[in-house]
Structure formats: structure tokens, C-alpha cells
Design a protein around this ligand. Structure first.
Ligand code: ZN
Length: 313
């Protein structure tokens, strides 16, 4: 962490006064229908407001990465006319930046080193602290945990309205750098959203509870949080998100129009019959014009079974 202060400021995109959104896939597999829906929804949300839509590859977990997945995701987005603004940001290039922000939290007394195993932390009541919190543990072979001084229980979502987690026992602290030296999702995503000037985080509702963790980090950094918007996620059965882990098949870029029509249908938009023979580019253009968040179903399916899992060890 000694070199971290070399990076006091590292803006990637100069925030404009307008909308800046993003799509941030992890390269743990190819783009499947569920991720295409999220990409399309966030793209339409940005483009319907003449905003920017940035692409960030969240490749901070090499063991979970699939070779060639980043390129495959980008080619698939391009095939569906979902063109991003600016350069692609790769999280794997930004370790110094993440360390700099961790140092800021440490300087504020908001971190501690933790040597607990995953099992030990899993057995801990969420509202309780592990014994490491009050010990002066050396950083080697330990995780860094964030000691937040304000935990959030609810927030306003642009689609779902007030989202209340007060009935859930949210973890008192959470990991921002893992024992194996990898950065935790919560830390990296907040740093990147801040540095890229994101004005609204529009993503799948499977990340709804992550918002509470992220709000605590914005508060600690003394920065205003972006708006949050969580789209419905495609499920294979109630409570089960369609994902790379349950063998979702790769989107076939040879059938772009059908994919777009199906994704739009999932989001509540029905293409007029006479437009179904139009080019896929025209379908996207139609969708930008027609985009209306009020048509999108406000569904939080597949949330409850993952409360608290937003922490990583
Ligand atoms: Zn511990």
C-alpha cells in the first residue's frame, strides 16, 4: 500500500452535467439472455436521455474468469448495436486506485485486518463484529474489512420506489480486500462508479442488497451517491436467476433481431408487427424512442435468498 498515494486523482471520464450510466459485466462467462436484458435496459435508459453509456469489465477475480469472455461479451454487445462511449475500463488495471481508496478509509480509522475464515464469519451473527475488530492484526495474510459508521437499511430506487431492508439483519462490517489480495466487489464498484462519474447505477435486481453496502462506502468517502435503478432479472424458476453458473446458454449473435425483440418483451415493450421485419439497428432506434421506465415491470424476484451474501471474504 506504500505506493498508493501516487494516485490522489485518476478520473477516467470527466462527468458531464448529463446522464452517465454503465454496464459492468464480469468475464466469468459469455453474454447470456439475462445479461443481454440488463445491458439493453441500461443502454436504453442512458440513450433515451442522450446520456453516456460506459462499459467496464469487472475482471478482479481471475479464478472465476473464462478465457476470451471479455472479448466475446464486447463482440456480442456490438452485434446487438449496443455501442459504449469512451474506452473500456478494466478493473484489473486499477489496483493502485483501489489501494488508494482503501488507504483513505484506513486513514479515517474505518478499516481493520481480519484473519477469520469464511466459516467463522458465516457463523457470526450479522450484527456482531468478529474478534479481529478490536485487535491490532498485521496486514499480511489478512483480509481488510470496512468498519462503517453508518449502515443503511433502505434507499430509493428509481423503478422500485422505497426499498426497505430493515427486517433483515445486515452485516455490521464487510470485506473490502480479501485475504488472497483480491479486491472485493463492493469496494471496486464504488471506486469505479465515483471515478467514472456515474450518475445512475442501473443494473439487475439481484444486486439490490449490494446497494446498502455501497451507500455506506459513499458516505465514508464523503461523496454523494449516484441514483440507483434495479431492473427485473431473468429467472429459471422462482428465486433462481438465469446465470452463467446455472448453464445459461450464450446469446447467439446470428439472431440479433429475435434476441432484441425477446429482451424488449421481457422489459415490457412490444414491437409493432410492421416493425418486426426492420433491421436490428432500427429496432434499437425504435426502443430508444419508445423507452419509458413506467413500462418496465417492478420485480425483485430472487432477492430474498441472497440477503447478506454481498460480503466477500
Ligand atoms: Zn475476523
Amino acid at each position: 500500500m506504500a505506493n498508493a498515494l501516487k494516485y490522489p486523482h485518476m478520473k477516467i471520464v470527466t462527468p458531464c452535467n448529463g446522464y452517465v450510466g454503465r454496464f459492468a459485466p464480469s468475464p466469468s462467462g459469455h453474454l447470456h439472455f439475462g445479461s443481454l436484458v440488463t445491458a439493453l435496459a441500461s443502454f436504453l435508459r442512458a440513450k433515451s436521455q442522450d446520456g453516456q453509456w460506459l462499459l467496464r469489465i469487472e475482471d478482479i477475480d481471475p479464478p472465476r474468469e473464462v478465457a476470451g469472455a471479455s472479448d466475446s461479451i464486447m463482440r456480442c454487445l456490438e452485434a446487438h448495436h449496443l455501442f459504449w462511449d469512451g474506452d473500456v475500463v478494466y478493473q484489473s488495471n486499477r489496483s493502485d486506485l483501489y489501494n488508494y481508496y482503501i488507504q483513505r478509509l484506513s486513514d479515517l480509522g474505518l478499516t481493520y485486518c481480519c484473519t477469520c475464515t469464511r466459516a467463522q464469519l458465516a457463523n457470526l451473527q450479522p450484527s456482531k463484529l468478529c474478534h479481529c475488530a478490536n485487535q491490532n492484526i498485521r496486514p499480511s495474510n489478512s483480509a481488510i474489512r470496512f468498519r462503517h459508521n453508518h449502515s443503511y437499511q433502505s434507499f430509493y430506487d428509481e423503478l422500485l420506489g422505497d426499498v426497505d431492508f430493515s427486517k433483515h439483519d445486515m452485516p455490521a462490517h464487510f470485506t473490502i480486500k480479501r485475504k488472497d489480495g483480491l479486491f472485493a466487489y463492493q469496494l471496486a464498484v464504488v471506486v469505479d462508479d465515483l471515478e467514472q462519474g456515474i450518475t445512475e447505477v442501473a443494473r439487475g435486481a439481484d444486486l439490490l442488497d449490494a446497494t446498502l453496502f455501497q451507500l455506506a462506502l459513499y458516505q465514508a468517502f464523503d461523496k454523494p451517491a449516484p441514483k440507483f435503478l434495479h431492473f427485473p432479472v431473468v429467472v429459471t424458476q422462482p428465486g433462481k436467476k438465469l446465470s452463467k453458473q446455472n448453464h445459461a446458454t450464450e446469446v447467439n449473435s446470428n439472431d440479433v433481431s429475435t434476441n432484441l425483440i425477446n429482451a424488449l418483451g421481457f422489459l415490457g415493450f412490444s414491437l409493432p408487427k410492421e416493425l418486426k421485419q426492420e433491421s436490428s439497428q432500427n429496432i434499437v432506434n425504435w426502443a430508444i424512442d419508445e423507452w419509458d421506465l413506467r413500462k418496465v415491470p417492478a420485480i425483485t424476484e430472487c432477492i430474498d435468498n441472497r440477503i447478506g451474501q454481498a460480503d466477500s471474504i
